[in-house]
Ligand binder design. Sequence first.
Ligand code: 2AM
Ligand code: CA
Ligand code: CA
Ligand code: CA
Length: 263
Amino acid sequence: MIRSALMNVMTAAALKAGRGLKRDFGEVENLQVSVKGPGDFVSAADRKAEKVLHEELSKARPGYGFLLEESGKIEGADKSHTWFIDPLDGTTNFLHGLPIFAISIGLAREGQIVAGLVYNPATDDMFIAEKGQGAYLNNRRLRVAARKDMADTLIGCGVPHLGKAKEHPRFKTELSEVMAHVGNIRRLGAAALDLCFVAAGNYDGFWERNLQPWDIAAGIIMIREAGGFVTDADGGHDMLAKGSICAGNDAIHRNLLNLIRAA
Ligand code: 2AM
Ligand code: CA
Ligand code: CA
Ligand code: CA
């Protein structure tokens, strides 16, 4: 695998921010935590990592715009490029000492996602993908799972948190519909990593609603470059705008989409 200049920039920024996250994860009990809303937390670790990512990527690619979870939108002179950044996806896991969290960096050019990186500093797993170049985990080429029979599958999902109480009834209906047809279900709590687990063939499929562009931009290109299918929960391609996602190989994606649409 030949890593592009762009991917070197993204990797260096993620490793630098990841060193800070690793340190903070080691003494998570001392971190300053604030509440954004019901079931919605942010810590000093999220903010520090975001600052490093913004600084490093601005230095390397001056003028590109940003959409950052904690700082929001930062316009750049270059209107054709936007970074979608989640400095810490899986904050709840992080704060509970669970090593299932990641930095997520997606890059869009003229509205198309062209590169993605998801890095878990706790496990040193680095997922990268570039348009037309494939998806990789630590230099190993990724391919979505080949299973076609729903009864054999392991399906990931997201559970709406306390602040999304209005979404609970719909989720419960979807969950019972999906549970009636698939082998088993998982909920790990870090959407960016969840999508990488589809790309790597760990999960056969995944669905979640109420996500933000920074949660999924990198994971979307990861799955496509691993030969998978990704749509929004209505079967269209407005994942970033709608915040819903359904993914898998050709057959599993289609079956899963039908189950949640019928729910
Ligand atoms: P976060 O840890 O970066 O906030 C898990 O289902 C996904 O939902 C994660 O990507 C998580 O991202 C996100 N998430 C968790 N709590 C959230 C909240 N209160 N609002 C929006 N997204 C949330
Ligand atoms: Ca958050
Ligand atoms: Ca997130
Ligand atoms: Ca986050």
